[in-house]
Every structure is written in structure tokens, then in C-alpha cells.
Design a protein around this ligand. Structure first.
Ligand code: BGC
Ligand code: CA
Length: 367
């Protein structure tokens, strides 16, 4: 690339000297000389940019990134970490310098992994905490070792975030606001109209809620704001059951099977994520029920399988949890710490409501 640009520069300079020497009118020659000079200048700028880019990438190639994921056996975090690794490589990190570890849903295991990364002297840490409530301890460990820290997916609480800013620490959070995803789940139903959702016509929406890990704000906010969106639309609601499925498909399948046999009057199944909605769907079908006809089902994430269900009508809707924007945002934040550019203390992104109308385009965008 660099060689090609340099030879272009040489050719342009030669053209310039030939033009000055040949028999065109003075005005024509002057114009051509000016044009060629502009081209030479543009080519020189390109050369300079390529040199700068190469130098930037060379800087990252020997930087070490440690990534802690709360649990590898999580569908959404698997999409996230795969995209994160690929994007880090595309930005100039060497694959061998990116280490991603599985916290196996155990904070003690993850804390050990963080200590190991500190001992190895990584240049930056990207952490998806097992327990958000352990964030203060994690931050103290990492900041104490003078390593910049990017939290992802599980947002530490407001007090913890305020501490980063007041101390001017190199710590940030990259993620979406879970309230928005809950609101969108509720709106998907509101958009369909109360007459449709209130299947037994008693003026109330009978629902069951399947929650993710309740320690996680994503679970807390989605549980609260999905129902709030119905109430804000003036709908009356009746909670028939609220169970913890820990983000897991098989757990949710079992819970929904039990709930549906105890509460056949269920009109809506809210799941805090798609993995659990897929489990719920298995039990809905096993109970001989049909989504869109005698029950409604919403999730969050826009996993490929869930998008296919939305298109097939076997899921009412989901909410796209943009793992691409979030993983790129996290990598960019890590790079900004390494280069000294620094970051804001909160880096947000938007969820997207997904129904039959746009499920295909979301699916296409993920291919
Ligand atoms: C996702 C879940 C995932 C959880 C992990 C949430 O934002 O929606 O699918 O299990 O993050 O923390
Ligand atoms: Ca009803």
C-alpha cells in the first residue's frame, strides 16, 4: 500500500515536469500544472495517513487485552465475545495477545482471573462481572494496579460509576439502558391493541414473568419496565407468576411448563431474554397453545433463532440487544485508554424493537 502510494507520487511529479516542458498554451499548461500539483498534494496526504495508520496498528499489535466473561455458556455473551475478539483483531491487536476467560458464573473464580491478568501485566481489562455488586472490589483491584478498565453488559450501580468520575479513574461502562428494552417489550404488546391481548376479555392482562439473574439490573429493569409500559398505556395487569430463570433456556422451559399448568388463563409470557423465551416457547407448544392466537410471548436480544420465530409468528416480538455496537464500543474504549485519548464514564447504545415488520432486516444485518 505504502509502496504503491509512493510510486504514484513519483509518477505525478514526473507528469508535472513533462507538462512544464511541452508546447501547450501558457494558460493550459498553468491549469494542468495546478491540477497535477493538487493530485501530488493529495497523494502525499494519503501516504502520510497510511504511514500514521500503520504506526497506530503497530502500537496495538503488542498490547495485551484481558477479557473476563461472566459465563461462556450464555448465548448472548457468546455472540458478544466472538464479535469483540474479531473486532479487536481488525483494529490491530494480535490474536495471541487477547485472552478471554470464562468466569463460570462464579465471582471467586472471576476475581482470581482478574488477579492473574494483573500479574501478567495486561494493558487493559474488559470485564463482564459475575456479580455487579462486586464491581467496587474489582475496580479497586484493577485501578490499584494502574490498568484501565472497561465494564460491559452488567452495569455497576450509580454510586460505583460516580466514584470513577470523582476520582478521575480510567474506568467506564459500555452498554445499553435496560429500562428501554423493558419498555419496548411492553410496547410491542400495546401496539397490537388491548382487545387482542386480553384474550378472556376481563379487562386485565394476565401475565407470567420469567426473570434473568435478579442480581443483574437488566433483569430488574426489564421486569419492571415491560409491565410499566402496559400500565402507562392504561391497561390493567394481573401477575400470575414471577420466576427466576437465570437467563437459561432449559430452566425457563421447566418454569413455564409449571406456570402454564397452574395458570391456563395466562395471556402473556414475558421473558427477560430470548434464551428463556425459546424455552418458554417449547412449553407453550407442549401445552398445545399457539402464540399469536391464544397466548403472546416476548423476549430480548434478537438471537437468530428468536428472529426466525418472530418471522414464523411463534414469538410475538423481541428487542435487539446490539452486541455489535456494544462490543465495538468496548474495544474502541480500550483503544482510547491505550492511546491516551481517554473515555467518558458511560458509553450508551440503543435497543431496537423487533416485530414481524423488521425481523427480516435485523436478521439480514446480522449475517
Ligand atoms: C442479555 C442476556 C444475557 C445477560 C448476561 C443480557 O443483557 O439480554 O441474554 O444472559 O445479558 O448478563
Ligand atoms: Ca385478561
Amino acid at each position: 500500500m505504502k509502496k504503491k502510494l509512493v510510486s504514484l507520487l513519483v509518477v505525478s511529479a514526473m507528469t508535472l515536469s513533462m507538462l512544464v516542458g511541452c508546447g501547450n498554451s501558457a494558460a493550459e499548461t498553468a491549469t494542468e500544472v495546478a491540477e497535477t500539483a493538487t493530485e501530488v498534494a493529495e497523494t502525499a496526504t494519503e501516504v502520510a495517513e497510511t504511514v500514521a495508520e500503520t504506526a497506530g496498528n503497530a502500537d496495538l499489535a503488542d498490547k495485551k487485552v484481558g477479557v473476563c466473561i461472566y459465563q461462556f455458556a450464555d448465548n448472548f455473551m457468546t455472540l458478544f465475545r466472538t464479535e469483540l475478539e474479531n473486532y479487536l483483531i481488525s483494529q490491530g491487536f494480535a490474536k495471541d495477545n487477547i485472552t478471554i476467560v470464562d468466569g463460570a458464573n462464579d465471582q471467586a473464580t472471576q476475581t482470581n482471573q482478574i488477579q492473574n491478568f494483573i500479574t501478567q501485566g495486561v494493558d487493559v481489562l474488559i470485564i463482564n462481572p459475575v456479580n455487579s455488586s462486586s464491581a467496587a472490589t474489582i475496580t479497586d483491584l484493577v485501578v490499584g494496579a494502574n490498568i484501565p478498565l472497561v465494564y460491559i453488559n452488567r452495569e455497576p450501580d450509580a454510586d460505583e460509576e460516580a466514584r470513577w468520575e470523582s476520582n478521575g479513574w480510567n474506568v467506564t461502562y459500555v452498554g445499553c439502558d435496560a429500562r428501554q428494552s423493558g419498555t419496548m417489550q411492553g410496547e410491542i404488546l400495546v401496539d397490537l391493541g388491548q382487545d387482542k391481548i386480553d384474550l378472556n376479555g376481563d379487562g386485565k392482562i394476565q401475565y407470567i414473568m420469567i426473570e434473568g439473574d435478579p442480581e443483574n439490573v437488566d433483569a430488574q429493569y426489564r421486569t419492571e419496565f415491560s409491565v410499566k409500559a402496559l400500565e402507562d398505556a392504561g391497561w390493567a395487569v394481573e401477575e400470575l407468576d414471577d420466576q427466576v430463570g437465570n437467563w437459561d433456556q432449559a430452566t425457563a422451559q421447566q418454569l413455564v411448563a409449571n406456570s402454564l399448568s397452574a395458570h391456563p388463563e395466562t395471556e402473556v409470557v414475558f421473558c427477560n431474554n430470548d434464551a428463556m423465551a425459546l424455552g418458554a416457547l417449547q412449553s407453550i407448544e407442549a401445552a398445545g397453545r399457539k402464540v399469536g392466537e391464544d397466548i403472546y410471548l416476548v423476549g430480548v436480544d434478537a438471537l437468530t433463532e428468536a428472529l426466525e420465530d418472530v418471522l414464523a409468528g411463534t414469538m410475538t416480538g423481541t428487542v435487539f440487544n446490539d452486541h455489535i455496537a456494544q462490543s465495538h464500543g468496548a474495544a474502541d474504549a480500550a483503544i482510547n485508554y491505550i492511546t491516551g485519548a481517554g473515555n467518558e464514564y458511560y458509553i450508551g447504545c440503543d435497543y431496537v424493537k423487533v416485530t414481524t415488520d423488521n425481523a427480516q432486516s435485523v436478521l439480514d444485518s446480522l449475517k
